[in-house]
Design a protein around this ligand. Structure first.
Ligand code: RAM
Length: 560
């Protein structure tokens, strides 16, 4: 598929991904010199990223409440949490082999657990083997994690078995965890003693400084609650990078980053952290320049093997929005060739009719919904990103690139109307079965392939279309809401926030989840709900919608 052409009217640079939008001199140099330059640039980008490592602010939370999870078939999360005994009962009781205690810190945290443990008995003649299980939801601590059925490494499961030795002692679990609930299982002590716990504390950390900028006082109580949960989600994902989720992956993903950056700009305004992440991503492209979908940060920054075509495109939006927020033209200039390279590479996936056809050789994400046909939505992502790139080109005075990008937008938009707009339904369709999905409507709306008025009508039709394939993640729901807001459907956008994010709040979310299927609390893209992340950055954007567009005041929140 690489090398396919856009068609005659397209500038050759887009029809040939080996050509370049970069100054022509860069094509003339030898291969080894090119490699050396790429390495030099990567080192430079990395150095700039490392200069922005933020300080992590610690807060200590101590003395959790002892609780008892109770199976509740009527509760979405499958369990109800009842307080058990007195608040300090864990400190007064003694625990032997086979005993279990459940604790609640009262809020979700990202941090390090520490506690004191002593042996009480005739002889403290062995270590104490203890399992700690960290729960973001009640199910994490109340249900057995094993046998594990998922397809991601079980090493991500939130439990640790430690042999505490010698006793008494003060112990800190060195691995950082994300949790509200804690289960302690005493797996083994010698029969000659029991253990007593004291000074149970968690040191939570974040790079979000101070309070988030306030929300308008006009918003409804449910909107305030949603906002609170969104802010906690963002705060707990803001570490020395914007992590996707502090429980699992703990990685910088381009798609998650755009949504975190948007929310950060209207709340904590940590611009340095966005800059760091932009440079980190740009420091580790593939050999052909395609950005990796994510990078690992620790122990030292390094690339991942994943590439996602839509994420690579979205980097253009990230850089443009960063420039709008900060005016940091120097960073933009440094990273502009990276944006252009993504645009060049993606153009290689466009066929002679100006249409994206999923080659199945590269990951096109859009959403986790397995049933989704992705051609139409990916076409939308490409045009959306090209539009951001051409604004950057203009701001940077790269008028030749701007012209090429404009031509390409025109070609792809015309092709999208031709290929993906169903003349009868007046909705976007994708694939041989002419699938109508929210992914296609949202992304081709955001791409602006129809006039604003026509897009507004189309989105209203989509709201009324009964068989439309819904998103399965807050990530895609974000783009549905973004498309609605930017086309005047504010009430409909509020309705989505009320039912989707409000639904999570009503069902007990302290932080927003990676996946939310209102009909199935066990849904997981990874085959086992216990590997899901329940504090997931891509779901924090109600904080952005409320502050940026004045959402949250509608009556819909009152009726929920
Ligand atoms: C998941 C991550 C992340 C997402 C990618 C596509 O594993 O948690 O949020 O961006 O996949």
């Amino acid at each position: 598929m690489i090398g396919s052409a856009l068609g005659i009217a397209v500038d050759s640079v887009f029809a040939n991904p080996t050509a370049s939008l970069l100054p022509s001199g860069s094509l003339m140099i030898g291969v080894s010199q090119e490699t050396a330059e790429a390495e030099g640039q990567a080192a430079d980008f990395l150095a700039r990223a490392q200069a922005e490592i933020p300080t992590l602010l610690p807060t200590t939370l101590a003395d959790p409440q002892t609780i008892k999870p109770v199976r509740d078939t009527a509760a979405y999360l499958r369990w109800r949490i009842n307080p058990a005994a007195d608040i300090d009962s864990i400190y007064r009781n003694l625990y032997k082999t086979g005993d279990t205690v459940f604790l609640d810190f009262g809020q979700h945290v990202t941090g390090y657990l520490s506690l004191e443990v002593e042996g009480v008995g005739t002889n403290v003649d062995s270590p104490a083997r203890i399992r700690f299980t960290f729960g973001e939801t009640p199910g994490d601590i109340a249900e057995e994690l094993y046998p594990y059925k998922g397809n991601l490494a079980s090493a991500w499961l939130p439990d640790e078995v430690l042999n505490l030795d010698p006793l008494p002692g003060n112990f800190t679990i060195t691995r950082r965890h994300a949790f509200r609930y804690l289960r302690i299982d005493v797996l083994s002590t010698s029969p000659k003693f029991s253990v007593r716990f004291s000074k149970i504390e968690v040191k939570s950390i974040t790079s979000a400084q101070g309070q988030a900028l306030p929300i308008s006082s006009d918003v409804q109580p449910l909107a305030k609650q949603i906002d609170h949960v969104a802010i906690d989600t963002l705060r707990n994902c803001m570490q020395t990078i914007f992590e996707d989720g502090p429980r699992r992956d703990q990685r910088l993903w381009i798609g998650d980053l755009r949504l975190q950056a948007l929310s950060n700009y209207v709340t904590f305004r940590n611009y340095g952290l966005v800059k760091r992440c932009l440079y980190l991503l740009a420091a580790f492209p593939q050999e052909d320049g395609l950005l990796r979908a994510c990078v690992f940060e620790k122990p030292a920054p390094r690339h991942s093997g994943d590439t996602i075509l839509d994420y690579a495109c979205i980097y253009a939006a990230l850089l443009r929005e960063y420039l709008d927020q900060t005016g940091d033209i120097a960073t933009c200039r440094a990273l502009w060739p990276t944006v252009l390279r993504q645009m060049e590479i993606v153009s290689g996936y466009i066929n002679a009719d100006g249409v994206f056809v999923d080659p199945k050789t590269i990951w096109v994400f859009i959403d986790w919904n397995e049933k989704l046909h992705r051609d139409a939505s990916m076409q939308g992502v490409i045009i959306f990103s090209l539009r951001h790139a051409l604004v950057l080109a203009e701001k940077l005075g790269d008028l030749a690139s701007k012209k090429r990008l404009e031509d390409m937008v025109e070609q792809l938009a015309a092709a999208a109307r031709q290929k993906f707009l169903d003349p009868q339904l007046q909705l976007f369709v994708s694939g041989p079965d002419r699938q109508v999905s929210w992914a296609s409507q949202a992304w081709l709306s955001l791409a602006g392939v129809l006039s604003i008025a026509d897009t507004t009508s189309l989105l209203k039709r989509a709201v009324g279309h009964k068989e439309i394939l819904p998103p399965s993640t807050p990530y895609l729901y974000h783009y549905v809401v973004e498309a609605m807001i930017t086309h005047g459907l504010k009430d409909e956008a509020d309705d989505v926030i009320v039912s989707y994010w409000g639904g999570m709040v009503r069902r007990g979310a302290d932080t927003f989840w990676e996946i939310y299927d209102p009909d199935d609390s066990l849904a997981s893209p990874y085959g086992d709900v216990h590997i899901n992340s329940f504090c997931h950055a891509w779901s924090c954007t109600p904080a952005y919608f409320f502050r940026k567009f004045g959402l949250g005041a509608s009556q819909a929140y009152g009726q929920a």
